[in-house]
Design a protein around this ligand. Structure first.
Ligand SMILES: Cc1cc2nc3c(=O)[nH]c(=O)nc-3n(C[C@H](O)[C@H](O)[C@H](O)COP(=O)(O)O)c2cc1C
Length: 350
């Protein structure tokens, strides 16, 4: 049904216009307590066998929505009501910024992929904090992903991230330092250990200082050389981070300028996950993103050592019930394998 709606209707509209419409619909849903609760009851993962605990936070299921959809923390409850186990909002920057000129979001329908060069369009950390403070009507695990404001020079990057962290860490179930988006000039240079160490150290101090100690993760690019993946993993261990999210979009493609996500990213994303697991074992929580399309992909990521899995492009092509469907099928598979908890398979093939 969704495939029909997608090919006959949605595809014909500008991708970003459809995106904004979806965010508005989900934000509206979040303001309708009864509908929100009914949907949440019907679609969210409730099976105890799907529960995942990572860095002290309880997730109702392993599959969450990756950063970039709910950039302004406008509709996390609506997203949770559709069946995602967590929502990573952002990327949020300390200062509001418009992002790159449009068009900046492109569908590659045949490849089940997307290219984007959004450039962290968002209303800034203070506005996001205001939204996050609003009471929640349904339970939702919210990760907050922060990035550098475009006009801030590299030499002041740490202070810029710290400003966002101060606003947002107290409101986040976990915090993510994003140094891997390709659409802010120079951002990915921050993945070099010499720049990343002071940056993560400064943000960690803020995250550690919140009343509940906010878990801190770093999100990396799939385009890092293998040795650099190892170097970031070693640094994360050294600094006592809680985890790594791998991966962001790739710039290795021949299309429009921007980051590629979806099916073509699957192989490299899995490769980076395997490398990280080999390096850190279970000392860090690994969150796998990139080309996840169905329950087989989620299962494979868990086996390879991810405790949590995220998707975004798969949802665009899979339709509104995508996450709910995957969680339902995962629950069946857990029982078929005679397991009590999906966490039992984490790292089994690593
Ligand atoms: C339109 C779009 C916008 C994105 N914006 C962000 C972002 O702001 N911050 C971020 O860390 N990742 C962002 N991402 C990357 C996703 O979070 C994810 O890491 C990547 O798309 C790979 O997952 P997927 O193949 O399931 O889409 C964005 C992805 C897309 C498609």
């Amino acid at each position: 049904m969704y495939r029909l709606v997608f090919t006959q209707v949605l595809r014909r509209f500008d991708a970003e216009a459809v995106h904004h419409l979806t965010v508005s619909a989900l934000a509206l849903l979040a303001r309708l307590p009864l509908v929100k609760r009914l949907l949440h009851r019907a679609l969210a993962p409730h099976d105890p066998a799907l529960r995942v605990t990572a860095f002290g936070v309880h997730f109702p299921g392993p599959l969450g929505l990756a950063a970039g959809f709910d950039k302004d923390a406008a509709c996390a409850e609506g997203i949770a009501a559709l069946g995602f186990g967590h929502v990573e909002v952002g990327t949020i920057t300390a200062h509001a910024q418009p992002g790159n000129p449009r068009p900046r979001l492109f569908r590659l329908t045949a490849e089940h992929a997307v290219i984007n060069r959004m450039g962290f369009n968002n209303a800034g950390a203070v506005a996001a904090a205001r939204r996050l403070r609003r009471t929640r009507g349904v339970p939702v695990v919210v990760g907050v992903n922060i990035g550098k404001t475009k006009v801030v020079p590299e030499s002041e990057a740490a202070a810029d991230y710290v400003a966002s962290a101060k606003e947002l860490a107290p409101l986040a179930d976990y915090l993510v330092v994003n140094v891997s988006s390709p659409n802010t000039p120079g951002l990915r240079n921050l993945q070099a250990v010499s720049l990343l160490r002071p940056l993560l150290t400064a943000v960690k101090e803020v995250a550690d200082g919140t009343p509940r100690r906010t878990p801190l993760l770093v999100k990396i690019a799939p385009d890092l050389a293998d040795e650099d993946v190892d170097a970031v993993a070693d640094l994360a261990l050294e600094l006592g981070l809680d985890g790594i999210i791998a991966t962001n979009t790739t710039i290795r493609h021949g299309g429009e300028t921007g980051g590629l996500s979806g099916r073509p990213l699957k192989g490299r994303s899995l490769e980076v996950l395997r490398r990280l697991r080999a390096r850190v074992g279970d000392r860090l929580t690994l969150v796998s993103a990139g080309g996840v399309e169905d329950e087989d992909d989620v299962w494979e990521r868990l086996l390879a050592g991810a405790t949590l899995v995220q998707g975004y492009t798969g949802w665009i092509y899979g339709g509104p019930l995508w996450a709910s469907r995957i969680h339902r099928r995962l629950a069946k598979r857990v029982r078929r394998h005679g397991l009590k908890s999906i966490m039992e398979i984490v790292g089994r093939t690593a």
